[in-house]
Design a protein around this ligand. Sequence first.
Ligand SMILES: [Zn+2]
Length: 437
Amino acid sequence: MIGLSDSVWKFAETALKETKSAAILSDYAEKKGFTVQRGVAEMPSAFIATYGSGKPIIGILGEFDALPGLSQKAQTSREALNANAPGHGCGHNMFGAASLGAAVAIKELIAAGKLKGTIRFYGTPAEEDVGGKIYMARAGMFNDLDVCLDWHPDFENKANMQSSQSMVSYMVEFKGKSAHAAADPWNGRSALDGAEFFTHGINYLREHVHPSVRMHYVFKKAGDVPNVVPAEASVWIWLRDSKRSGVAVVEKRMREIAQGAATMAGVESNVRLMSGDYELLINETGARALHSNMELVGPIEYTKEETDFANEIMKQYGGEPKGINGKIKPLEITKTNPDGGSTDVGDVSFIVPEITLLATTAPYESPWHSWVVVACGGMSIGHKGMLFAAKCLSTTMVDLFENEKLRQDMKKEFDQRKGSEVWKAMLPDGPPPVPKQ
Ligand SMILES: [Zn+2]
């Protein structure tokens, strides 16, 4: 696992370009006896590795995409491994390797006749971008699972009881007419005016949404030079709320604002869906099963060198050194509104009961999506968290294979929590936007 994780850490490939990372993980699975389908859901770096037959079918997710600009050596001071290259600032190098390791452990037990059923590892690309899992979900790849598990690197060890925000990403495009901005501006219609009216409208809308709503945007196109009336402008906007149903309300207002803005500027508008995540549907029954296995595995112990490393890197970053937390946190109460952030695991959690583990791979309260996480993910602090994760996930999967009542109870809770919500992939028609290699 450490070898796989360190290789993926060095490859540091970004969303939908993770071909080497996907290859090393899928080749390893194949070598271990799994049947591997590569390039699923029209993504070259998406794959499914299966072992065993019949029910139950337990799935486990593995991510492996990196973030741009975060390349970093496994040391306490800021220094890129490769200048301006990506780095694993979210720890997905460990995510993929540990989940695969846990799947291999289950495979060994099935092969030895100790467990009956099917284990399936999902290599899920582009979590940081379009959300590869949403495309895999739209293709129906999670439909026959009994339970799905995943984990995420963190600065605490816990069985996750907190949801995530539902979000939706739109490109709002305006089309006007160019003209000389001084000689005949009356002949022009500014697409930029439309874009500005739109963002004004969004900012006025802020007063009239629930406090749990988040709206953030950037201007992607705003004209080229001042002396030409811009014929094209676009705003990339993300809308979030605690639940998909809440996002839908804001989405409708956003569309109306785009239309109104276009009318005011005398231009045309087009609102184009990019992608969107559902909130994470918590399953307390599953979280409890995971939690008891975490206690069985026991907390992570660190050496003095590792604690010194953690404190020094936080100082170098400009944060507060608070050591590393290897303890197992008690099960939390689910908050009404989750903290800010979204994940495409949310979509999977609306199809099949889901369990998420968080495991310490970085100093306490480290800044996520930063070079600190990259550095720790390439040395023993990350390795220890990853091995802990693999043990907790595999022991929990043993329970899921052996205990039919546990699976049934999870399904009952899933049905209750999901209620009447019908899951529908928030994606544009057509294949995922795979960049040319
Ligand atoms: Zn992540």
